[in-house]
Write a protein that binds this ligand. Structure first.
Ligand SMILES: [Zn+2]
Length: 102
């Protein structure tokens, strides 16, 4: 079951094209950055939680947890919006070896 539309080369009108897979660029680096950022944020939140639970009342901790979950939610929504957007994929023609976006 192949639901892929037929893609035709704009240079020679051939349908002998392949998608140009390049997974090292774009979202991969960004998600790695987000993972590192989240790890640091969780570590920071943990230390803040320990310190504030000793020094302040639990209300401060509670407020911090609410704030951090709000920030994580916002980041998720931003990510979802990005993934649903249509992205032109690079293809390479096997007949004339030109690459194009389709
Ligand atoms: Zn071509």
């Amino acid at each position: 079951m192949s639901e892929q539309p037929v893609i035709i080369c704009p240079h020679c009108k051939s349908d002998n094209v392949l998608p140009f897979e390049e997974e090292s660029r774009g979202p991969a680096n960004e998600s790695l950055f987000i993972i590192i950022f989240l790890a640091l944020a969780i570590l920071g939140a943990y230390f803040l939680f320990v310190i504030s639970s000793y020094l302040f009342f639990p209300a401060v901790v509670f407020a911090f947890v609410i704030l951090s979950s709000y920030l994580i939610n916002r980041q998720d929504r931003k990510k979802k919006k990005k993934t649903t957007a249509h992205v032109l994929k690079e293809h390479i023609c096997l007949d004339c070896s030109n690459d194009f976006l389709a």
